[in-house]
Design a protein around this ligand. Structure first.
Ligand code: NDP
Ligand code: MG
Length: 378
């Protein structure tokens, strides 16, 4: 039996994690569940899993959570401090699935106590990069990717053969606007942008997939997770989302991981690693699919990938800065305050602002995030 905490339990990844856990109830015992606004669901999940503690980051929701957990042994807590205290509670595994840089502090807290981190929250690795990897090594923690592309590479990249790797190839679905012209992208609504053709995901990552910023963030994520150079990370569009990514070896072999577009598979891989568990209904039917296709993407329409590559090349605080600009811009777009094409314009503006991008500690990263939050781009 393993103990597990879920950061972001009420989100798309959080809910899928609970489905995986519920298929093997004898294998997992839940410690902490952390969420933000959806306290009704949070309380329901805590009761269902018999968690020790349920925490909402939103202090104003404390009474509601406490009332919902009345007559149970489950502790209720609220606020930023309570989130960090829950993250520090002992558990073998942490599912890191809070959306955005809000997940950075709790994830770093869990790393510092040597937990095995199933990492869905790519933004925290984009922001803290090498520092996070160093903390993992220093504290004997481990980082198992949940992002489907990185889970694929994790499964097919043989760490003993790293010198034989030519490239890693991230697949991209191309999102809902694959093949669109700039003119067609002009008046895209939030509703259109969150309707992903293959995956059912939270609003923020759905918009990132539509702008292709998601693939840009994933390049940075891959750079930190795997022993490859920036130039060795390639992207190919694969609209069916069946081949989740590939490793190309120098002898011409290309190893891929395939599966139905169902996040329960990479979640199960991360929770069970180095073993594997059975999950229901995730089978891939190749014959009914018939064929798999691959194509290039148009940089002139979707510049997000080259912006992310440039930020990675500059290094230091720049990935955290463009990530923060993107998060703010996506939130504005979802509120109807800016247009779809403005998102990447704002991110690009952030990239071109001259900054001292050196950092030495996590505090420097939080400071850079606050600077961008406070309007260091207009
Ligand atoms: P959702 O928007 O569906 O869920 C986000 C979760 O984070 C919710 O539980 C939300 O709580 C919680 N949350 C938001 N802000 C805070 C905060 N300040 N403090 C504590 N909790 C907070 O997102 P997804 O599940 O889609 O994505 C989660 C992460 O996983 C993202 O980083 C995404 O990039 C990554 N990912 C997701 C994939 C997917 O298929 N969905 C695939 C690959 C990666 P509440 O709902 O209660 O407000
Ligand atoms: Mg992905």
């Amino acid at each position: 039996m393993k103990t597990v905490s879920i950061f972001g339990s009420t989100g798309s990844i959080g809910k899928n994690t609970i489905k995986v856990i519920e298929e093997s109830p004898d294998n997992y015992q839940t410690v902490a569940l952390i969420a933000n606004s959806n306290v009704e669901l949070l309380a329901k999940q805590a009761i269902q899993l018999n968690a020790k503690i349920a925490v909402t980051a939103d202090e104003s929701k404390f009474e509601q959570l406490k009332n919902a957990l009345n007559n149970t042994n489950i502790q209720a807590a609220a606020g930023g401090k309570a989130v960090i205290e829950a993250a520090a509670m002992d558990s073998d595994i942490v599912m890191s699935a809070i959306v955005g840089y809000a997940g950075l502090k709790p994830t770093m807290t869990a790393i510092k106590r040597g937990a095995k981190i199933a990492l869905a929250n790519k933004e925290c690795l984009v922001c803290a990069g090498q520092l996070m990897i160093d903390e993992v090594a220093k504290n004997n923690a481990s980082l198992i990717p949940v992002d489907s592309e990185h889970s694929a590479i994790f499964q097919v990249l043989d760490p003993n053969q790293k010198d034989s790797v030519k490239n890693i190839i991230l697949t991209a679905s191309g999102g809902p606007f694959r093949g669109f012209s700039l003119e067609q992208l002009q008046d895209i609504t939030p509703k259109q942008a969150v309707a992903h053709p293959n995956w059912d995901m939270g609003a923020k990552i759905s918009v990132d997939s539509a702008t292709m910023m998601n693939k840009g963030l994933e390049i940075i994520e891959a750079f930190h997770l795997f022993p490859v150079t920036r130039e060795q990370i390639k992207v190919v569009v694969h609209p069916e989302s069946i081949v989740h990514s590939m490793v190309e070896y120098k002898d011409g072999s290309v190893l891929a991981q395939l599966g139905a577009p169902d996040m329960r598979t990479p979640i199960s891989v991360a929770l069970s690693w180095p073993k594997r568990s059975e999950i229901s209904g995730a089978a891939l039917d190749l014959v009914s699919l018939g064929k798999l296709t691959f194509e290039d993407f148009d940089e002139s329409i979707f510049p997000a990938i080259s912006i992310a590559r440039e930020a990675l090349k500059i290094g230091g605080l720049m990935p955290a800065m463009i990530n923060t600009a993107n998060e703010i811009a996506v939130a504005k777009f979802l509120r109807g305050e800016i247009k779809f094409l403005d998102i990447i314009r704002i991110v690009e503006k952030q990239l071109h602002k001259s900054h001292n991008t050196d950092y030495s500690s996590i505090e420097d990263i939080f400071e850079a995030i606050s600077e961008v939050e406070e309007g260091a781009f207009v």
